[in-house]
Design a protein around this ligand. Structure first.
Ligand code: LMR
Length: 397
């Protein structure tokens, strides 16, 4: 029976990352998968993670299963990180969470809970969105509608189009929003625009589901959560998928959380019970290592300060790379790349065609997604000129 199954095409992101790894050109440039790389082209382990990890190895006394909702210190820490330590909803017990295997696990658990509350619910996703959103949420039977978001001509958010489309979202519908650092386009909503979304959610009754996988890599930990917190201050209910892959560099440790903002504390407790049952169906309980480390970092003042300083330096470096890349690209082409400086986080579209992105791979060993999404955090002093020159050549035909 199994031999009937065909070979599937490679994942559009991970497949290209594998192709870049396999390229023997010493001057190759890999801007595919969204991982932070330093000037040496290495995805570093945060010093706070190394310190917490060493202590954990010395102190760990068991490898027994984790509690169903995950590490308590991690849950407390991530709730405060996302909503803010003094958030009134948090203090009122209206927030609960479950540790999940990475941001993907968090999205899937959120989708499971939505499907339990409203089987077959419609989820509004931005056009474009991270391609994995669709299988992650769709596999539990949720349906999709898209709302206009990125406008290639202006390299910005088509906010009028977004509002026009979201006017059709009703009570019982879910609107998936990128909390910050939109993946794939890097174009974020302003705080005023978040306010308009809050007005609409209040008036129309749809449920926001916020993916905040990149908190801390746009403008900073607090600033990046400002839109989400504005919604939380106005709305009775919301689901958030958070991740420590990027902002703590815990990618392979699969460390994330699904957070529920509820009408009251009884509902917050009920939702965790729902999430636990959903997790039991899929993977039983979450992995320990990354969440225990993250929990220690979030609850220990010295580790936390160390982590935040390193994260801030990464964020500043990304923003510096955005400025440098803009000027290098503008000196190699006759195009305006000012949008790269305005966009946030790891990603931007360069505005190339699929053929041009493929030509960059084939002729220059410069790897970006077919959509021309680049991982800005993969740019460094050694590859920036190669990248800009290659883009210049491809644009000249
Ligand atoms: C990306 O978009 O490159 C990252 O979120 C990694 C992934 O799993 O796709």
């Amino acid at each position: 029976m199994l031999d009937q199954l065909p070979l599937l095409p490679a994942d559009p992101i991970l497949g290209l990352a594998a192709a870049a790894r396999a390229d023997s050109n010493p001057d190759k440039v890999d801007l595919t998968v969204g991982i932070y790389m330093d000037e040496a082209g290495v995805c570093p382990v945060f010093e706070a993670v190394q310190l917490a990890q060493r202590a954990l190895i010395d102190e760990e006394t068991t490898k027994a299963y984790m509690p169903a909702a995950g590490d308590p210190a991690f849950n407390t820490g991530i709730q405060k990180l996302v909503f803010g330590a003094d958030n009134p909803a948090l203090l009122a017990g209206r927030v609960s969470s479950i540790q999940a295997p990475g941001g993907c696990g968090a999205l899937r658990i959120g989708a499971e809970v939505i499907a339990a509350a409203a089987p077959g619910a419609r989820v509004w996703v931005s056009d474009p969105t991270w391609p994995v959103h669709i299988p992650l949420l769709g596999s539990v039977g949720l349906r999709f509608e898209t709302y206009r978001y990125y406008e290639p001509a202006s390299h910005g958010v088509d906010f009028d189009g977004m509002l026009e489309d979201l006017k059709q979202a009703k009570a019982g519908d879910v609107v998936l929003l990128h909390g910050c650092c939109h993946n794939p386009c890097g174009a974020d909503l302003s705080i005023e625009q978040w306010g308009v979304i809050a007005d609409m959610a209040e008036a129309q009754g749809f449920l926001p589901f916020i993916d905040i996988a990149y908190q801390g890599l746009g403008d900073g930990l607090e600033q990046d959560a400002a839109g989400l917190r504005l919604l939380a201050s106005r709305l009775p209910e919301m689901i958030v998928a958070a991740s420590c892959s990027k902002n703590m560099g815990l990618y392979r440790e699969r460390t994330g959380a699904t957070l529920f903002l509820c009408r009251d504390s009884a509902s917050a407790e009920a939702l965790v019970s729902q999430a636990q049952v959903a997790a039991r169906r899929v993977y039983s309980m979450p992995p320990a290592h990354g969440a225990i480390i993250a929990g220690r970092i979030l609850s220990d003042a010295a580790l936390r300060a160390n982590w935040q300083a390193e994260l801030e330096a990464m964020c500043q470096r990304i923003n510096g790379l955005r400025s440098e890349l803009r000027s290098k690209l503008e000196s190699e082409t006759d195009r305006d790349f000012g949008f790269i400086e305005r966009e946030k986080g790891m990603f931007s579209f360069l505005g190339l065609s699929k053929e041009q992105a493929q030509k960059l791979r084939a002729e220059h060993s410069v790897y970006m997604l077919d959509s021309s999404r680049i991982n800005v955090a993969g740019v460094n002093a050694r590859n920036i000129d190669t990248l800009a020159r290659a883009v210049g050549q491809v644009l000249q035909g």
